[in-house]
Design a protein around this ligand. Structure first.
Ligand SMILES: Cc1ncc(COP(=O)(O)O)c(C=O)c1O
Length: 420
């Protein structure tokens, strides 16, 4: 795929052809949303993440509103990921130790009685950083051992953050997908419990719980939008690695609004655009992209889609977009240097790419067909998820202070389309 062009896209003609989607219903049943919210509310340090409005940037780009669900400070762990891992861990233990008609409370979960029953269980997962950090934190709350697998290019800052939550970190000589395989093999050999955000043949229940956990983010966003007099956003832009978050997003809105769901745009790095390639193939089967998956968007550097997530996205996501790294870098800088009157948003590489993508879609003349197909314009209320804060401080400074990955000159802002 050409590394240079800011936006490559494919529309999904299958989206919303079958309503309701059986896949969304299977993976994201509505009662699971309530269960997730009830659980998260009990966690120490839980509070709603902010929903920030960027009205001045919206006016500049020609959309009605930009709303950023800002996960950069979630539970002091700097990313949204804790919402999925913690809920999956909870559901796993609730299945084992809950009683019919009574879901375990958080107090019961951390009680000394429970501890004697579960302290021998080792939890494990592969990660590109944020999921591992969240899982390590959740296991630490329960006093359970945790082993996290990272790939060889994971930054020391990310490894240190996971280790700080008490997990053993193992570095695998390969990419993220190799780390997933190594984790699964070691877990089988050692009798550990995998709490993975990605799925594979025969392993779908836990990843579904992870996706259900993310629904708390959208339940909060819905409450926050309704306080602004809005029933729902018209568009949601969501970034994807294996696709679990994106599937949760599209599936959540599909489950609540059916055919009236917001238009859902999935954004990936060009170097790891496995969902984009799957959509482009157009036959409903997921595709893998190989190689080093060399991108600054560490959280999105995944070559194999989660099959479970893909099934939901095939039914419910309207478009798939692939962007080079400079699009994410632009998003980071714009968030960090807001227009006068708009709030500051601290966003890491994976967090910021959806803003960069939205800006290019609105400003880049060659993206006009996509803009029109998505119906983006003055009536649009666009929801973005800032999925991470400053998770790699050294790289953040390189982008924000030293200006690495500048936008190539030929793609500098050209507002001509609006006067055509
Ligand atoms: C910051 C950030 N954003 C988005 C994602 C994408 O999530 P998923 O792998 O579920 O697609 C990740 C995954 O690790 C992430 O760390």
């Amino acid at each position: 795929m050409s590394q240079n062009q800011p936006i490559q896209w494919v529309l999904n003609p299958k989206a919303l052809t079958t309503v309701p989607s059986a896949s969304a219903e299977q993976v994201l049943p509505v009662p699971s949303f309530r269960m997730a919210r009830k659980f998260h509310r009990q966690l120490p340090g839980y509070r709603m993440s902010p929903l920030k409005a960027l009205p001045n940037l919206a006016a500049m780009l020609g959309v009605g509103g930009i709303w950023v669900k800002d996960e950069s400070q979630r539970m002091s762990l700097n990313s949204f990921k804790i919402m999925g891992g913690s809920f999956a861990l909870y559901r796993f233990l609730n299945e084992k130790f809950g009683t019919p008609g009574h879901d375990l409370t958080y107090t019961e979960l951390i009680s000394p009685e429970m501890h004697t029953q579960i302290s021998h269980i080792t939890f494990t997962s592969a990660t590109d950083g944020n999921h591992g950090r969240g899982l390590a934190w959740a296991a630490q709350q329960l006093g359970c051992p945790c082993v996290i697998y990272v790939h060889k290019d994971t930054s020391q800052a990310r490894i240190d953050a996971i280790a700080k939550s008490g997990a053993e970190v193992r570095v695998v000589q390969g990419n993220y997908d190799a780390a997933v395989r190594q984790c699964s093999q070691d877990a089988a050999a050692n009798g550990w419990q995998v709490i993975s955000d990605t799925s594979w043949d025969g392993y779908e229940e836990v990843p579904a719980w992870v996706m259900q956990g993310y629904s708390t983010i959208y339940q909060e966003a819905q409450e926050q939008l309704s306080a602004q007099g809005m029933t729902k956003p018209t568009h949601v832009f969501v970034q994807a690695g294996v696709g679990a978050l994106a599937a949760s997003t599209a599936g959540f809105y599909h489950q609540i609004f059916g055919a009236e769901q917001p238009i859902c745009v999935v954004v990936e790095p060009s170097e790891a655009a496995c969902l984009y390639e799957s959509a482009k193939a157009g036959d409903g089967a997921p595709r893998t992209v190989h190689g080093d998956l060399d991108t600054i968007m560490a959280g999105l550097a995944c070559g194999e889609p989660s099959p479970l997530a893909w099934r939901v996205l095939w039914d419910c996501a309207n478009a798939f977009v692939a962007c080079p790294d400079y699009v994410a870098a632009k998003g980071m800088r714009v968030y960090a240097v807001p227009l006068d009157g708009d709030p500051l948003v601290i966003s890491g590489e994976s967090g910021a790419v959806t803003l960069g993508a939205l800006m290019f879609i609105m400003e880049y003349p060659d993206a006009r067909a996509l803009r029109d197909a998505l119906g983006l314009g003055p009536d649009s209320q666009v929801l973005l998820i800032n999925t991470e804060g400053n998770t790699d401080p050294e790289y953040f400074r390189r982008v924000a202070w030293e200006g690495v990955l500048p936008v190539p000159h030929e793609y500098h802002w050209l507002p001509t389309w609006r006067t055509e």
